[in-house]
Design a protein around this ligand. Structure first.
Ligand code: PLP
Length: 393
């Protein structure tokens, strides 16, 4: 393994690369949890999370991963027996729905295609047929399929159907990378985690509650002490985390949000769009060899945070990911669910720039050559050319 040394390149869709400033912010002693800098920090973080979700509603911070925030979102607004509609576009909404079922909801899946986004018309038709649906679960980006859903259109479909179902959105793989407008899109509950676009170590997650969600919360009987919004709403700082705050992660998150706001949210989104498109130029070029291609069949539905690349002829993707890791220290995302062993995923979310993307794309191209996998030549070069045109001198 002559190339195995040097910095490891983590190119998986979470956890993502943690900026040095975030790591440095966590390198400090523990502080008091009742007074001092932590109390003021909480206020800024809660306000800034609502700013990132683009809501006038309140945000909540949990010492938990994304699965925890799924449970937080569900338990705060649902009652046992409530009917929940899961919109399939890959793996993650399905798993969120499984959590809802275990908590006592009646769950129905609006079946989708792993290669396509949710169709808003299908949502509208379903909601018209079934007025008993209390909540809709959907991901903005499904990290397995690499598909991005049009949340604004799904919100409009809900309204057009005359449904008052709560729209609950998983933004774990998109928040802080792609536009998200909770209030403007009619989203009632949003959730996210720290370790993807928010560039912070795993271990924090978030929910945000809109006005209709807060109304449903009043009568929800799935509520449990740890996740409960009402308990966390009081003035007692200790209650805001239902116990000892995850201090170091909070200091890290502060540094990450400072970086995002210093760059400017619009610039962050533009950077993700450019790096995603550069990745797509490479994958599109490789696809000419007909052995690999995009999972997402519709170009406009391809996520700006992760690109899922599938093997076209039933070949194994494992050798590609293994080669990248073992020979070059580049860790790719593997295929999930139905894609296990048949896809790899290139993340372009969070603390990423052009050299990181070029590095990953070049190594994937090297693997395709070394493994004699047919592919259109010059994928990495196509990424370079695209960015050169898009970023003038
Ligand atoms: C990563 C991810 C999750 C799960 O988050 P964990 O922190 O691993 O629990 C949920 N939804 C989406 C869309 C994700 O990408």
């Amino acid at each position: 393994m002559p190339l195995a040394s040097g910095r490891e390149f983590l190119s998986i869709p979470g956890p993502t690369v943690i900026p040095d400033a975030v790591l440095a912010a966590m390198q400090r002693p523990a502080v008091d949890i009742y007074s001092g800098p932590l109390v003021a920090l909480t206020d800024t973080l809660l306000a800034d999370m609502s700013r990132i979700f683009a809501t006038a509603g309140r945000s909540y911070i949990y010492a938990a991963n994304g699965h925890g925030a799924w449970e937080a979102a569900l338990t705060n607004v649902l009652s046992r027996g409530d009917k929940v509609l899961v919109l399939e576009s890959g793996r993650f909404a399905i798993a969120w729905g499984e959590a809802a079922r275990m908590l006592g909801a009646e769950v129905e899946v609006l079946s989708g295609d792993i290669r396509r986004a949710v169709q808003p018309e299908a949502v509208e038709a379903k909601l018209k047929r079934d007025s008993s649906i209390k909540a809709i679960l959907v991901t903005q980006v499904d990290t397995a399929s690499g598909v991005a859903n049009d949340i604004a259109a799904i919100g409009k479909a809900r309204d057009a159907a005359g449904s008052d179902a709560l729209l609950m959105v998983d933004a774990v793989a998109s928040l802080g990378c792609m536009p998200f407008a909770m209030d403007a899109w009619g989203v009632d509950v949003a959730m996210a985690g720290s370790q993807k676009g928010l560039m912070t170590p795993p271990g924090l997650s978030f929910t945000a509650a809109g006005a209709r969600a807060r109304e449903a919360h009043k009568t929800a009987n799935m509520r449990t002490p740890y996740w409960d919004w009402t308990f966390r709403d009081g003035d007692v700082h200790y209650h805001k985390y239902c116990g000892t705050p995850p201090e170091h992660l909070l200091f890290g998150l502060r540094a990450a949000l400072d970086m995002i706001f210093a760059e400017g949210l619009e610039n962050v989104f533009a950077r993700h769009r450019l790096l995603a498109e550069a990745t797509r130029r490479a994958v599109g070029t490789w696809a000419e060899g007909q052995a690999i291609g995009f999972n997402a069949s519709e170009p406009e539905q391809r996520s700006d945070t992760v690109t899922t690349v599938v093997m076209r002829n039933g070949a194994s993707s494992t050798a590609i990911a293994d080669y990248c890791r073992d020979q070059c220290g580049v860790i790719l995302g593997r295929g999930l669910g139905a894609h296990e062993g048949k896809a790899f995923r290139i993340a372009h979310m969070g603390h990423v720039n052009a050299p990181m993307i070029f590095g990953t794309l070049s190594v994937v191209e090297m693997a395709l050559s070394a493994l004699n996998i047919p592919h259109g030549r010059g994928g990495a070069q196509a990424a370079v050319e695209f960015l050169a045109k898009s970023v003038p001198a």
